[in-house]
Each structure stands twice: as C-alpha cells, then as structure tokens.
Design a protein around this ligand. Structure first.
Ligand code: ATP
Ligand code: ATP
Ligand code: MG
Ligand code: MG
Ligand code: MG
Ligand code: MG
Length: 272
C-alpha cells in the first residue's frame, strides 16, 4: 500500500485540525424532522418518547467518546462539548464530526423500537447533519449553552401556545399563527392561562429546559480535570482513589438551568 506511485493523491487532502486549546462544540440536527415527526405520528408539541430516545442515543455517544464533557439536547438537535485539550482524532474536524453524526444516527435507528414499539420506521430514514465550532474562551462557551437554552425556551413557549390554540381552541394552523404574530412571552403565558387553564411554569421541565448530560460524582468524591492523565506526582493510593471515584461516577441526564453560573460552579470538573 505504502509508496505506490499513486500516493501523491494524498497531498490533495486538507489539514482540518481544529485550533488547539479551544472548546469544540459539535451540534447535530435531524434532517427534515418537521416531516419525519408528522409521518411517524409524534405527539405535538412535544413527544416525550422521542426526547427520551434522543437522550438515550446521546448517552451512548458520550459513553463511546469520553472526551465529551457536556451535552445539551432540544427538539431534534444535540450539542456535544469536547474538553478543551482533547486530542481525539488529532482534533481533525471531519473525523470528529462524521464519527459523532454516524454514531448518533446508528444508535437512533437501533434504539428506535425501544421507544416506539408500535411505530415502524419508514423511509426516508432519520438522518442528521453536523458541524463543529471551536470556542476560544469558557465565557463564550457558556454563552453558546445559554443561546441553545434560550432557544429551547422561546420555541417551547411558542409551540405550547400554538398547539393549545389548535388542539383545545379548535383553530387551524394559519389562524393560530396569526393569533400569535407579534405577541410577547407575557401574552403567550396569558393566552395559555386564561383560555386553556395552562400554567406554563408547571409544564414538564424536559420541555422547558431541554436535556443536559454530564458526569456526576458522589458527594465529597469529585475528581477534577476530566479523564486527563493524572499528575505523575500523585501517589499510588491517590491514583487508586481517583480511579475508584471515576468508576463510581455516573453520566446523568438532567433538565436544569444552564443559563446561570451555579450549574458550573457546583460542578468544577465539567469545564474547570
Ligand atoms: P432541517 O433539515 O433544516 O433541520 P427540520 O424540519 O428538521 O429541517 P428543524 O428546525 O430542525 O427543521 O425543526 C425540527 C422539527 O421537528 C420541528 O418541527 C419540531 O417541532 C419537530 N420535533 C423535533 N422533536 C420533536 C418532538 N420530540 N416532538 C414533536 N416534534 C418534534
Ligand atoms: P480506523 O477507525 O482508524 O479506521 P480500522 O480498524 O477501521 O480503524 P482500517 O484501516 O479502516 O482500520 O481497516 C479496516 C479493517 O477492517 C481492516 O482490518 C480490514 O481487514 C477489516 N475489514 C474491512 N472490511 C472487511 C471485510 N469485508 N472482510 C474482512 N475484513 C474487513
Ligand atoms: Mg435546521
Ligand atoms: Mg432538523
Ligand atoms: Mg432542529
Ligand atoms: Mg476504518
């Protein structure tokens, strides 16, 4: 294989290694899910089965790629944050993105029957696109997470009101859209409450906040620094302790606020 006269074609490849020491965020998104969700009879505005499926799939991706320190999912999308100093695939962008996308897609299709036992998958099968974006500072990374969670909130409030107008108010989609044009958040809360007796604050946290996946340790047994090779000055017993704590730690899905600092301050091992 090596050194054939055809080897020169390799030189046409582009070096796509992502800038060192940046947070790499890979966001995947379902292709044409507006149609896909209709075809497969998703409950509107939120099909809980589908969200739990997305979370279970993301969990598999995180288990497969331990350099992912934080993930966030809403609707048909998931963001995966790789630790700053990751050397996964030498930080080559296309390797990272395609591996995450195909891992996600394969698991989505494999696990589908567990969450939709009565619904056979139809073509076009679910597929996902993906992109990687490097963020140079933790501040900007946190703003990225805020951006997605604000989006989740705005979309969910809109969709909840939109579907209440249709399902309980008997409107057509066009009428509901017109009704909601130029309304503010407060107006939508008011429509939900006064017309349909829905208190938005009491809606499911998974719908309002989205899903956050991260590592959680037993209290008092937290290990900083992710899975980095530990400092060589550590004694054998310190290393053992660290290993044990890691083994006992768990990857969890929570529906929590990532807008504000406490989430990170309480878990310094996530972003440091
Ligand atoms: P694109 O290929 O450009 O991403 P799309 O149709 O997937 O097109 P999105 O902006 O990604 O467009 O929107 C996702 C669609 O899937 C929305 O219509 C959303 O309501 C629907 N959807 C995703 N997850 C769920 C769910 N759990 N329950 C109900 N509907 C969902
Ligand atoms: P990487 O993740 O870096 O690609 P890899 O193990 O997939 O690692 P490749 O260089 O892609 O490494 O090699 C593919 C491997 O799969 C080889 O060992 C090859 O012999 C094996 N393989 C692929 N297709 C077949 C096949 N049809 N029958 C038998 N072995 C196969
Ligand atoms: Mg889109
Ligand atoms: Mg989509
Ligand atoms: Mg989407
Ligand atoms: Mg291979």
């Amino acid at each position: 294989m090596a050194n054939s006269k055809f080897e020169y074609v390799k030189a046409f490849e582009r070096d796509d290694r992502i800038l060192p020491s940046t947070w790499i965020v890979v966001r995947i998104d379902g292709r044409g899910f507006h149609k896909f969700t209709e075809r497969h009879g998703f409950t509107k505005p939120n099909d809980a089965r589908a969200l739990h499926l997305m979370n279970a799939v993301a969990m598999e991706v995180v288990k497969d790629l331990p350099d992912i320190v934080l993930s966030y999912g809403i609707s048909d999308e998931y963001s995966f944050v790789l630790k700053r100093n990751t050397t996964l695939f030498e930080r080559r962008e296309s390797k990272i993105v395609t591996t995450i996308v195909s891992n996600f897609t394969a698991n989505y299709i494999y696990m589908w029957p567990d969450y939709f036992p009565e619904t056979k998958l139809q073509r076009p099968l679910p597929t996902f696109d993906g992109r990687a974006v490097p963020y140079p500072t933790t501040h900007i990374l946190r703003d990225y997470m805020r951006w997605r969670q604000v989006d989740a909130h705005i979309n969910n409030l809109y969709n909840t009101t939109f579907w209440a107008l249709i399902q309980q108010g008997g409107m057509t989609a066009a009428e509901a859209e017109k009704e909601l044009a130029h309304t503010l958040s407060a107006d939508k809360n008011e429509i939900l409450f006064s017309r349909f007796g829905i208190n938005y604050n009491k809606e499911d946290e998974m719908y309002k906040k989205g899903s956050v996946i991260f590592r959680e340790f037993e209290k008092g047994k937290e290990v900083d620094g992710g899975e980095d090779v530990p400092d060589e000055r550590m004694t054998k017993s310190q290393l053992e302790k660290r290993k044990k704590a890691y083994k006992k730690s768990q990857i969890v899905v929570r529906f929590v606020d990532i807008m504000n600092d406490p989430f990170y301050d309480e878990r310094p091992w996530i972003l440091g």
